[in-house]
Design a protein. Structure first.
Ligand SMILES: [Zn+2]
Length: 386
């Protein structure tokens, strides 16, 4: 099996490197914004917009013109990545891709500065070679496995980071057997981060929702107010912006750590993971502002993503119930289905009279459905040999 994984490290750039980073990120932003403007104008006029290939061809011509000859100083594939990002953003908007999203926005200076090398990057000891920039030292906290496929440089606050997306081949793991005592049903929610039902006895566990963003919200609001009081583009304003961005990064890292630790802990003790398939984008669209914030803060998507790839790597089973599967409406005892408005926190079955907490009921149902899918697959001898 091919394993794909990303690794991020803090860079230790010299002043000359930082200047080049800003120059590269600025050029990519310029190419992206110019391309977006072209696509937008042309689409409004003719209903068609120039393709990636047409815009890329134009990029070569721009380098030959005196006023845009500065583009020659930037690695050509880095600039092309800017156009590719734009093309992807357009495809997403027109729903050609699996992830529909809003109309692409113009990129602003100082916000999420980044650029990407699709190839040509080498790592040697504790330094990385970036084409047209040179060797830059970084805090190498772990070994980098496999082959580096892409390298992205990003700025967070005043710091710069390098992210390597790597690939390597791993022997297919032995598939775990289908044993209900190693199964867990997971229902994610807002009251608890997740409610789980494990083993044949449906042992319950409620995982507390850490609500990192909600807890940090008042301080973030305070920092954001401080920033708005400062004179624009002044030294004090950039100091205040840095403080705010550092706090946002802290929240992001806490979430990431929580998700990684929880998924690793679950993987160690179970072989079968039965979860619901979440349509977060849809949930966010139909939720109020506060609710949407709570959903984003919960980071269910990244938790389930981590769980899935870790399970696959170790030959464990990850079963997702369909997007429209009504796990919260089905009785865990008798399979009766009844409407369950979100405000009703307890499942009182109108058929068999069993009473259960709503989320716990769902986790049992998810586990049962996952197990029945796996058992029916397992009963086929050709699949069992895989
Ligand atoms: Zn029932």
């Amino acid at each position: 099996m091919i394993v794909k994984r990303g690794f991020k490290f803090k860079l230790k750039p010299k002043a000359i490197h930082e200047n080049l980073f800003l120059q590269f990120a600025g050029a990519v932003r310029w190419v992206f914004n110019r391309g977006l403007d072209q696509k937008k104008t042309s689409f409004e006029k003719t209903g068609k917009s120039p393709s990636y290939f047409e815009q890329n061809k134009e990029l070569t011509l721009l380098k030959q013109q005196p006023e845009t000859a500065w583009l020659k100083d930037i690695h050509s594939q880095v600039l092309q990545q800017g156009l590719k990002n734009l093309d992807r953003a357009f495809e997403n908007f027109f729903r050609k891709s699996k992830k529909p999203s809003g109309f692409p926005n113009f990129k602003k200076k100082g916000i999420k500065e980044s650029f990407r090398f699709p190839q040509g990057v080498t790592v040697e000891d504790k330094r990385v070679f970036l084409p047209k920039i040179g060797w830059v030292a970084f805090h190498k906290s772990r070994e980098i496995p496999g082959v580096i496929k892409e390298t992205t440089i990003t700025q967070e606050g005043n710091d710069w980071f390098v992210s390597f997306s790597c690939e390597w081949e791993k022997k297919d793991p032995k598939l775990a057997s289908v044993d209900e005592n190693k199964a867990i049903g997971i229902d994610v929610g807002l009251t608890s981060f997740a409610t789980t039902a494990a083993t044949e006895n449906n042992c319950r566990e409620d995982i507390e929702n850490p609500r990192f963003f909600t807890k940090a919200l008042s301080h973030l609001r305070y920092l954001s107010k401080q920033l708005s009081k400062k004179v624009k583009k002044s030294k004090n304003s950039s100091k205040a912006r840095l403080k705010l961005s550092k706090h946002h990064t802290r929240v992001k890292n806490l979430r990431k750590e929580f998700v990684q630790q929880l998924s690793s802990k679950m993987i160690k003790s179970h072989d079968i993971f039965c979860v619901e398939s979440l349509d977060i984008s849809h949930l966010l669209k139909i939720s109020s502002k506060g609710m949407a914030r709570a959903i984003s803060d919960a980071s269910w998507r990244s938790f389930l993503y981590c769980l899935k790839y870790k399970a696959e790597e170790q030959g464990k089973h990850f079963v997702e119930a369909g997007k429209y599967f009504p796990s919260s409406q089905i009785c865990a005892s008798c399979n009766h289905q009844q409407p369950m408005p979100l405000s009703v926190r307890e499942y009182l079955c109108l058929s068999c009279g069993v009473k259960n907490d709503r989320d716990y009921n769902s986790s049992i149902v998810l586990k049962a459905v996952g197990m029945s899918v796996l058992k029916s697959l397992w009963s086929c001898p050709c699949l069992r040999e895989l």
